[in-house]
Design a protein around this ligand. Structure first.
Ligand SMILES: O=C(O)CCC(=O)C(=O)O
Length: 251
């Protein structure tokens, strides 16, 4: 379902439950995003000197033997350590959707900026819950916020519809990218992935077990996204160390 309205409906919940993701076009205006974009551009401009606690990753960091390009690829803990992002993660029109999908009491379990610089590499197919192991398993929803238009050429998100209903898959290793959890879906007959190009300001909400990926950025411009992994307030990760790094308690 793709829509431009700004209030959450039961049909959206139904579609999310069915497919494991929900596209909401243009929830945020350029004006809403101006401050966020400025903050992220500042992090990109000063990657060696981020605010205390914020981590910044470079293109090629996760690929064994890759020299990378040195371009900034991502970062984490913006919400945890930068008040501006805490306010943004509490935006009422965003929380209306999050609470519609998860229930009334939520927190930001983890947050990231995920950037594809010009020529940036693909993100292999994975499940967020493979890393986070937040229980109950249905209690993690990722809000992927497009800070630029995401297109088929610059590495928009792709999802395998219905894959969230299979729980967390066992993982195999990719020798080229040892930190990545590559799901082993065995002999399951899953649908083909669906590409989700979206305009700037759109959000894609996805279930923590939804198989998703993004392709290379074949353009000469950036594709930037801000990602909040929301969870129910009482949920917790099976990994104790992750529970000590919760980004933001909300309710
Ligand atoms: O932004 C991307 O290219 C990948 C995003 C992703 O994997 C996620 O939001 O969980």
């Amino acid at each position: 379902m793709s829509t431009a309205v700004t209030s959450f409906t039961p049909d959206m919940k139904h579609s999310y439950d069915e497919k494991g993701f929900l596209v909401v076009e243009r929830l945020f205006s350029d004006e809403d995003l101006a401050g966020v974009r400025q903050q992220i551009d500042d992090l990109i401009a000063n990657p060696d000197d981020p605010p205390e606690g914020v981590t910044v990753g470079r293109e090629g960091d996760t690929e064994e033997g890759s020299k990378g390009t040195g371009a900034v690829r991502g970062g984490a803990f913006l919400v945890r350590f930068i008040p501006y992002f805490q306010d943004f993660a509490r935006t009422p029109k965003l929380l209306e959707y999050v609470r519609g999908l998860l229930g009334p009491r939520v927190k930001v379990f983890r947050d990231q900026m995920l950037l594809k610089p010009p020529g940036g590499q693909a993100k292999p197919v994975h499940q967020d819950q493979s890393y986070f192991q937040v229980m109950p398993v249905n209690d993690l929803v990722t809000a992927w916020i497009a800070l630029d238009e995401a297109t088929l050429d610059n590495g928009c998100m792709t999802y395998v519809p219905g894959s969230h209903r299979h729980g967390i898959f066992p993982v195999g290793a990719d020798p080229k990218r040892p930190v990545h959890h590559i799901p082993d879906t065995g002999d399951l007959d899953l649908p083909e992935p669906v590409s989700c190009p979206v305009p700037t300001g759109s959000i894609i909400f996805h279930h923590g077990c939804a198989l998703h990926a993004s392709a290379n950025n074949n353009t000469d411009t950036w594709r930037k996204a801000l990602v909040f992994h929301y969870a129910t307030s009482d949920s917790a990760s099976a990994h104790d160390n992750l529970n000590e790094q919760v980004s933001l308690e909300i309710d």
